[in-house]
Design a protein around this ligand. Structure first.
Ligand SMILES: C[S@@+](CC[C@H](N)C(=O)[O-])C[C@H]1O[C@@H](n2cnc3c(N)ncnc32)[C@H](O)[C@@H]1O
Length: 219
């Protein structure tokens, strides 16, 4: 399906069942084996909502020349939506092998060119990322370590970090939070002396339907 058709279908779904229907469509709805949480300070799998993901894709905005990296990708919901809706290069990094196998199988079934690395975000290759997404994958010292790695990327090129359910304000003084109307989603731009900022001329390829979905609040 095209981006437009997919968005029209998502917009037609009632907000209360939308996430379940999208996950069923992607083939990632089935329950996850009880192996989570995967380690100290690591958080188990839970899928992000369609609305905040679209909000992030619009707000960044993610465009076809971006490389989006979902740190703690789970079954790939963020990765699939990002690829389908923006044509960006997308990679998921996920520590749990069973989730990675299922995410790769879903990508193949869907014909979506999304790569999943079975790796720990503390050591995985992330240097090419221009947009990072984190939905509470880890906390405490692990989050600090990964944020330091992301900072090293930002020392080479400007990046945007989308954080869902976690606050990075205290983690990183090199990240500047945007003023957006969302309780759960925070978007940060890297500001590193000597590194040119991301171009302000980017326009989202997502249309009005995506805006409507992104702005919807559950009752
Ligand atoms: C809350 S889920 C988010 C899933 C997905 N990003 C989404 O938004 O739908 C967090 C994921 O991070 C993974 N994770 C936790 N610690 C990790 C680490 N150190 N490296 C890579 N993945 C990790 C977990 O296995 C889990 O699947």
């Amino acid at each position: 399906v095209s981006r437009k058709e997919f968005l029209a279908w998502v917009a037609s779904l009632p907000p209360d069942t939308r996430d379940a229907e999208v996950e069923t469509h992607f083939g990632i709805r089935a329950p996850v084996p009880a192996s989570s949480p995967p380690g100290d300070h690591l958080i188990g799998y839970h899928a992000s909502g369609v609305a905040p993901i679209l909000h992030a894709l619009l707000e960044v905005p993610v465009t076809a020349d971006d490389t989006v990296i979902d740190l703690g990708a789970g079954l790939g919901k963020v990765a699939f939506l990002a690829r389908l809706l923006t044509s960006a290069t997308v990679r998921g990094i996920e520590i749990q092998p069973t989730l990675v196998h299922r995410a790769r199988a879903a990508a193949t079934r869907l014909g979506l060119d999304v790569k999943f690395a079975q790796a720990d975000a503390r050591t995985a290759a992330i240097e090419d990322g221009s947009v990072f997404f984190l939905y509470v994958p880890f906390t405490g010292p692990v989050l600090e370590e990964v944020v330091r790695r992301v900072e090293n990327v930002a020392r080479r090129h400007a990046i945007v970090v989308c954080a869902l359910g976690i606050d990075l304000d205290r983690e990183a003084n090199w990240l500047v939070r945007r003023q957006i109307d969302s309780f759960w989603l925070a978007i940060y731009d890297s500001v590193v002396p000597g590194v040119p900022p991301r171009s302000a001329n980017r326009r989202s390829v997502l249309g009005d339907q995506a805006v409507t979905i992104a702005c919807e609040r559950r009752a």
